[in-house]
Design a protein around this ligand. Structure first.
Ligand code: C5P
Length: 417
């Protein structure tokens, strides 16, 4: 898997000869695992056609500030191009403007919002990077340099430019970085270092409790949230072990993935690998009960009624929280009612450092691309608003990193136990 797996990259293309390289940039971003949408300024379309970008990105190109149908979500089935500037801004995990013309840098430095690309740059919370491309004199001009200083101060990342021969026949600084280098630099934006040197274990997905060789009890967990959490922990610098029930998802990059089926297998795998884990995050939707007996052969439909006797499964999360010493232990609570109250009680009864509660049963939660969470710890409640699960996972990991470092510094957990 690539270094940008599951990342959503918005590629902004402005008017410059280097725009002809944009198709290659999109292709390389996708090869690295990213989903890519392109925004073109009017000038960019003089250099490369929107059709080319649509073909290589697999999505219609966004061009106008005011032509979107409001209200359509990027994750709605069939929604392709009905995203306004706010939805595009929220959709992106990172925004890369390549090539970024001198004119665009000036407009970005001013905080203009009079076309789609500049408006999205203003509206997004995701990191924004620009890859300048222009004639060397334009690059060296004091006005351009002042704009770059402003952009740097505003947290915009500047990728390049490189030095070399230019389309105008001159040689010097101002060449856009090559697409391969842009992909490398954008990948590095996702490495935060918040969990450097730490070891994290995550459980994810449903479990499968066999009834006979072909049938079983399971639930609707897709594994998306747990996988996103594992990946966010890896991006934060942790060594990550993911113990996963059956899912249709590919192993996350830079994560050691252990596949299991039943709750008992998950329990065994967790205890076999937990070792010196500093943080344990139980995201799996573990079956509470399993059939007391697994039939050796497929059960025949002879009888009118049959009874299935169920036996309680071990609580994996609680068993980890009970270890001495225990890792910083985080649980999830999917509730249909009284979300906060029930989650609070669950945190206390399982002796968790933190619980992430969410409401299920509406169209959020299981299987969906988006979710929101209520993080309940010893010292308060932090809501994480609705957002794509990949972004939610990063926000959760940031919160866990802060709490982990705070408790370990203060020795709070040792006192609490
Ligand atoms: O008690 P409840 O199932 O609602 O608790 C949910 C939390 O406990 C989740 O973090 C889930 O991963 C974990 N859990 C577990 N083992 C079980 C049941 C739940 O680790 N047998």
């Amino acid at each position: 898997m690539g270094t940008l797996t599951n990342k959503r990259i918005l590629l902004g293309i402005t008017g410059g000869i280097a725009a002809y390289k944009s198709a290659d940039t999109v292709r390389r971003l996708r090869d690295a695992g990213a989903e890519v949408r392109a925004i073109m300024t009017a000038a960019a379309t003089e250099f490369i056609t929107p059709l080319t970008l649509q073909a290589v990105s697999g999505h219609p190109v966004h061009r106008q500030l005011l032509d979107a149908e409001p209200g359509q979500r990027p994750t709605d089935a069939g929604a392709q191009d009905g995203m306004d500037h706010i939805e595009l801004a929220r959709w992106a995990d990172a925004l890369l403007v390549a090539p970024a013309s001198a004119n665009f840098l000036a407009r970005l430095a001013q905080g203009r919002a009079d076309d789609l690309l500049s408006a999205v740059c203003l509206a997004t919370q995701a990191p924004v990077a620009v890859a300048p491309a222009m004639n060397r004199q334009m690059w060296s001009n004091a006005a351009t340099q002042a704009n770059l200083a402003t952009l740097g101060k505003n947290g915009i990342r500047i990728f390049g430019p490189a030095e070399g021969s230019q389309a105008c026949g001159e040689t010097g600084p101002g060449r856009m970085l090559e697409p391969a280098e842009l992909v490398t630099q954008i990948s590095q934006l996702f490495v935060t270092g918040e969990l450097d040197g730490l070891s994290v274990m995550v459980t994810a997905g449903p479990t499968w409790e066999a009834i006979d060789p072909v049938r079983g009890l399971t639930n609707r967990s897709s594994g998306k949230m747990g996988y996103a959490v594992a990946q966010a922990a890896a991006e934060a610098g942790a060594r990550v072990i993911l113990v996963s029930g059956p899912t249709a998802l590919a192993d996350p990059e830079r994560v050691q993935t252990v596949r299991v089926s039943s709750a008992q297998e998950m329990y065994d795998a967790v205890h076999a690998h937990v070792g010196t884990a500093n943080i344990f995050i139980g995201v799996a939707a573990v079956a509470d009960y399993r059939p007391s007996q697994i039939a050796d052969n497929k059960i025949k439909k002879d009888a009118q009624n049959i009874t299935l006797e169920l036996t309680r499964n071990p609580d994996i999360l609680a068993s980890i929280a009970a270890l001495k010493p225990a890792p910083f232990t985080v649980g999830f609570a999917a509730e249909t009612e009284d979300v906060e109250q029930r989650a609070r009680r669950k945190r206390e009864s399982k002796n968790l450092d933190l619980i992430a509660a969410n409401r299920v049963g509406t169209n959020l939660g299981f299987g969906s691309e988006e979710n929101s969470l209520l993080l309940i710890g010893q010292d308060g409640v932090t809501p994480l608003p609705i957002q794509p699960k990949t972004q939610l996972a990063r926000a959760l990991i940031r919160h866990i990193a802060v709490k982990y470092h705070a408790t370990r510094t203060a020795g709070v957990r040792q006192i609490r136990r």
